[in-house]
Design a protein around this ligand. Structure first.
Ligand code: TXA
Ligand code: MG
Length: 356
């Protein structure tokens, strides 16, 4: 593919009125309107933006990421009025959910209107829409014309980027611009809720949980493949079927009582190291001191699901950079956003779980 110069601009999300910030957003808007690609921060992960209503622009996203073309993109909007332009039917429940959780880490799926090209939806009659809360994201969407298709800004198959350096590592010289807004807030991708089904169904867990959605609209279903370790279950979000979020190393997740898990990880790590391999261990603040060999990284305090979510992808990338051959991870709480963390961790491990 064609190599290009990638413009990189740093923006302080608390100082969007600065001249430099205004200029950077304007530049990004111009590139997007001309059919180019701009990576930008959202509250979940960095997105790789293109004009969602321009089929050629959307196609460039697939090329830059190496993404299979049947994997549909999410259209990002900056205000609720924009939803009518891309969604043919907006159920009452969707209005209630939007009122409560937009802007925020939630994507909803609707029947698409005619202006949405099949190049954006991967050939589907439905369209995924999200209004992010990150102020930089909102400015970029507005500047780019209001409808920005944005998958996570990683090479297909790698962990999603939670800072601009991750985007640079994957996409430098393949895209027109990167807006560096620092570290993202949440660290795992948005919840995806399919509003074309009754009851609505969660296709991908995220920071907005089933309980939070049920508080607003009553019953919400969950796609079994997001919780089941049985990889034969075929996911309804096309992107969830690919080996996603994956580090280069062979990752195993160890489940069971803490003491037994630590003992098992110590034993397996020592075994692999004796064979000459480089081993990484994903521990927590409480347990990190208990490991005897390997590269040990704490993902955060066990009770802090938010911290764990925000560190997950960065740690997987660090182990890649350090050349780990095997990674052994503890398993974590599934409370709140913990459900999304374990969904991504188990997918990254291709459901390679060791029960102790
Ligand atoms: O948090 C996020 O959602 C991030 C940020 C950048 O906004 N974006 C993101 O996009 O995670 P991506 O492309 O990496 O994941 C989109 C997921 C894929 O699994 C895709 O298959 C699913 O959404 N999806 C998109 N449109 C769909 C549709 N019409 N029906 C079912 N699944 C859909
Ligand atoms: Mg992705």
């Amino acid at each position: 593919m064609e190599r290009m110069r990638t413009i990189i601009r740093r923006i302080d999300r608390k100082k969007l009125q600065n001249k430099a910030a205004i200029q950077a957003i304007e530049k990004a808007g111009g590139i997007l309107k001309a059919g180019g690609l701009v990576a930008f921060p959202t509250e979940t992960v960095y997105g790789l933006g293109a004009d969602a209503l321009n089929e050629d622009a959307a196609r460039k996203i697939y090329e830059a990421k190496g993404r299979p073309s049947d994997n549909p993109l999410i259209i990002h909007i900056a205000n609720i009025r924009s939803l009518r332009k891309v969604a043919e039917v907006i159920p009452e429940e969707a209005k209630k959910i939007a009122k409560k959780y937009w802007p925020g880490p939630l994507t909803m799926i609707f029947e698409k209107t005619d202006i949405v090209p099949y190049g954006t939806t991967g050939g589907l009659e439905t369209v995924a829409v999200r209004m992010p809360s990150d102020p930089v994201a909102l400015e970029v969407i507005r500047a780019g014309g209001g409808f920005i298709a944005a998958p996570s800004a990683n090479t297909s198959g790698r962990p999603s980027p939670t800072c601009a350096a991750h985007v640079e590592a994957d996409l430098r010289r393949r895209i027109d611009m990167i807006i560096d807004g620092g570290q993202v807030e949440i660290g795992v991708e948005s919840t995806i809720l399919d509003m074309t089904m009754t009851p609505p169904m969660i296709l991908r867990p995220g920071a907005i949980t089933q309980e939070m959605l049920e508080e607003v609209i009553g019953e919400v279903a969950v796609d079994r493949s997001t919780i089941s370790a049985d990889s034969r279950e075929s996911p309804r979000a096309p992107g969830m079927k690919y080996r996603h979020y994956a580090p280069r190393a062979d990752l195993s997740v160890v489940e069971g009582p803490m003491e037994l898990a630590i003992e098992a990880i110590n034993r397996m790590a020592a075994g692999r190291i004796a064979e000459g391999y480089k081993v990484g261990i994903i521990a927590t603040d409480e347990t990190a001191g208990r490991y005897r060999s390997g590269i040990i990284k704490s993902i955060g305090p066990r009770a802090d699901e938010m911290a764990i979510a925000s560190h997950l992808y960065g740690i997987l990338r660090e182990f890649d950079d350090e050349g780990a051959d095997y990674i052994f991870s503890e398993s974590f709480s599934t409370c709140g956003i913990g459900g999304a963390v374990m969904n991504r961790l188990l997918k990254a491990a291709s459901h390679h779980i060791i029960d102790v």
